[in-house]
Design a binder for this molecule. Structure first.
Ligand SMILES: *[C@@H]1O[C@H](CO)[C@@H](O)[C@H](O)[C@H]1NC(C)=O
Ligand SMILES: *[C@@H]1O[C@H](CO)[C@@H](O)[C@H](O)[C@H]1NC(C)=O
Ligand SMILES: *[C@@H]1O[C@H](CO)[C@@H](O)[C@H](O)[C@H]1NC(C)=O
Ligand SMILES: *[C@@H]1O[C@H](CO)[C@@H](O)[C@H](O)[C@H]1NC(C)=O
Length: 365
């Protein structure tokens, strides 16, 4: 320690001693003088530089962008809050406070009185709900709750998915929402194989719950009428099946795990009708039109996702009588004629959402 200290001292002494006599040493000497004069400026510059380096490297994303490779688009940045902001422009009084699924406690402790009957509320169905909710679950799985960013895709059943090779892209989303009896088995290439939620009603439940879904898929019943609760109860409790009161015979055997079954909160049907389709909710008896499961699924996604993309939506032109409408079966628009849905009205609602960039149409890309 002492030795090195002495060495430094002697160095300084010799260099300063030589200054005046030897011109060789003038240049470095001037430089040192200049440096010591502007020491504070240099120090300040160094500090600024250090802060800049820290700023860029402190965020891992920036660091990767700067020094390695461009971060994979969309994977790193979550547009948190964007869907909420844009949806609020579209839906007055927009809130994410409503539970996705009906809960037993709302019918057991507090008798929730809904202003509407099905499909927009549960008025008059409280008793059967009490029995049904006692045997199903209503929790949102931890895997969904804990996601930092919920990138969702709603997969419509449209014919344009045929030969689309979109399966791989669809599987990459955090949440994949499917509709009704849309098959996955044998169509993986075009529609993917992942299903986080499947929305269905009894008449559309003609699918093999085990084959067309994953073991953790949520099977979400969309109740349109009180009979739909009775059907679900009779299936899960293996009670005598009810056959009357459906517009098409629902399956009598439906091999699903009750743990996977949820009952969709009719609030979302109400919002779809009142806010997206602007149906007059005060004169519901006069209005025959009801939202489709597809539009309902988009509404649902807008209430719990950070990204909402849609694929396979849209029907052929009303003049096109031969074009099949689904990717998996040979039916045409004619089959929709008797339904209570207004396909062109819904197309306008979806167009508006695409224009406002609330949702993005995946099938364009
Ligand atoms: C929002 O809620 C308030 C109070 O419930 C109601 O008066 C108003 O009409 C609602 N607005 C819309 C656009 O629904
Ligand atoms: C899909 O591909 C098959 C086989 O290549 C072809 O026969 C069929 O017409 C295609 N369907 C559509 C809708 O493009
Ligand atoms: C369906 O919606 C379109 C567009 O809003 C409207 O012009 C048409 O009258 C509606 N059709 C029926 C049967 O209500
Ligand atoms: C989505 O994009 C596809 C492909 O370009 C298009 O045919 C379809 O009409 C679009 N769907 C909607 C709902 O706009």
């Amino acid at each position: 320690m002492e030795d090195s200290g002495d060495f430094h001292n002697s160095c300084e002494v010799t260099s300063s001693g030589r200054d005046e006599s030897n011109s060789h040493w003038v240049m470095p000497h001037l430089l040192i003088k200049m440096l010591s004069k502007s020491r504070w400026k240099i120090l300040a510059l160094l500090v600024v530089f250090a802060v800049m380096v820290w700023y860029y490297t402190s965020w891992e994303e920036r660091y990767i962008q700067l020094f390695y490779f461009p971060v994979q688009e969309e994977k790193s940045v979550c547009p948190q809050g964007e869907v909420e902001k844009k949806t609020a422009l579209l839906i007055g009084n927009y809130t994410r406070d409503h539970p996705l699924f009906l809960q037993l406690k709302d019918y057991f402790w507090v008798k929730t009185i809904s202003p509407y009957e099905l499909p927009y509320g549960t008025k008059g169905s409280e008793d059967v709900l009490l029995r049904l909710l006692a045997i199903t679950s209503y929790s949102v799985p931890e895997t969904i709750l804990s996601m930092k960013c919920r990138r969702c895709v709603v997969v419509g059943n449209g014919h344009r998915l045929k030969n689309s090779s979109m399966g791989e892209a669809i599987n990459k989303y955090d949440v994949v929402i499917r509709l009704n009896n849309a098959p996955v088995y044998g169509y993986e290439q075009d529609v993917g194989s992942k299903t986080t939620m499947r929305l269905f009603y009894p008449e559309s439940a003609h699918f093999n719950p085990k084959r067309e879904n994953n073991p953790d898929t949520l099977l979400v019943l969309v109740p349109f009428k009180p009979m739909d609760f009775h059907w679900m109860e009779s299936i899960l409790n293996d009670k005598k099946r009810v056959r009357k009161g459906f517009w098409k015979q629902p399956p009598l055997i439906w091999d699903a795990n009750p743990e996977q079954v949820r009952i969709l909160n009719p609030y979302f049907m109400e919002i779809t009708a009142a806010k997206l389709l602007n149906l007059p909710m005060k004169q519901l008896r006069k209005v025959k039109q009801k939202p489709t499961t597809g539009l309902l699924a988009i509404t649902l996604a807008l209430h719990f996702c950070d990204v909402v993309h849609i694929a396979g939506f849209g029907y052929p032109d009303s003049g096109n009588k031969k074009q099949t409408i689904h990717y998996y079966e040979q039916i045409t628009l004619k089959s929709m004629a008797a339904s209570e849905h207004n396909v062109s009205h819904e197309a306008l609602a979806i167009k508006k959402m695409l224009e406002l960039r609330v949702v993005k149409n995946l099938t364009y890309f």
